[in-house]
Design a protein around this ligand. Structure first.
Ligand code: XBP
Ligand code: MG
Length: 252
């Protein structure tokens, strides 16, 4: 089937948001609420196994802080903590310190010019997506995406395929007409679960994940002057991902 749409994960795929973005934002929220919780780089890598910020905080308390005396309104506390975390995170994004990963902007512009439809499927909060796109990709860039499927819009977060299935339904497209971009094991389980051909670009937190089912695993999307490295899969492309190379990947 002809390639009609590209569907992108956000965290780790469009930008390296986790280590120096989400992580310090969680820690700032914990401090704001007088909690002695502190997530260092290594611990956060383990916590990333749980997608979704609220779910991640609950998992942390259950697994790492059995000493924590949960208040009766613990679920409300988590919601408030998460709101504070989102505020800290979007403020950081507004400072413009989280750039798009190599090749992302170039590929999006090429796809747009060719009339390929674009969408986002992520577990992150909608406000985070908007802030990242507007501040790191450019004003008005949220409009580049026909569908932004994000956060709690489906109850079951990745690795469940639901967020991709929801995005496909919104676009009235079959999975065979689309290609997904992911960076993590939870992400590819979700995209493959929805039947999508998937291109993976790894980062420091995910390079050793199991990417079974990926069509290709690359270091990044590459730029003409900074070629990407193929880590596994049948990559026929040049040093950087172009729309033509995606068409070949999608329909080998
Ligand atoms: C991203 C996530 C998110 C972010 C935090 O996973 O797991 O939870 O870390 O976002 P993926 P929120 O890239 O697979 O979508 O705090 O807004 O939930
Ligand atoms: Mg991701």
């Amino acid at each position: 089937m002809t390639l009609q749409a590209l569907i992108f994960d956000v965290d780790g795929t469009l930008a390296d948001t986790e280590r120096d973005g989400h992580r310090p934002a969680f820690n700032a929220a914990f401090r704001e609420f007088g909690l002695d919780w502190d997530w260092d780089v290594a611990l956060y890598g383990k916590l990333l196994a749980i997608t979704g910020g609220k779910e991640r905080m609950k998992h942390y308390v259950e697994t790492y802080r059995p000493d924590f005396m949960k208040p009766d309104d613990f679920d409300d506390l988590v919601v408030e903590l998460h709101k504070a975390k989102t505020r800290h995170y979007t403020t950081m994004l507004a400072e413009g310190n989280v750039p798009m990963r190599p090749g992302v902007k170039r590929l999006l512009e090429e796809a747009r010019a060719a009339g390929i439809r674009l969408a986002i499927a992520t577990t992150t909060t909608p406000d985070n997506v908007t802030a990242l796109l507007e501040h790191s990709l450019g004003k008005g860039s949220t409009d580049w995406f026909e569908v932004i499927a994000a956060g709690d819009i489906v109850p079951a977060k990745k690795p469940a395929p639901d967020i991709y299935i929801w995005a496909l339904a919104q676009m009235k497209l079959a999975p065979e007409a689309c290609l997904a971009f992911e960076d993590s094991e939870n992400g590819i389980r979700a995209s493959r679960g929805a039947g999508l051909t998937t291109l993976v670009t790894v980062n420091d937190y995910t390079f050793d994940h199991d990417f079974t089912g990926a069509s290709v695993v690359l270091s990044d999307l590459g730029e003409p002057d900074a070629p990407a490295t193929a880590l596994s899969g049948a990559w026929q492309g040049q040093g950087y991902v172009t729309l033509e190379s995606l068409r070949v990947l999608h329909n080998p």
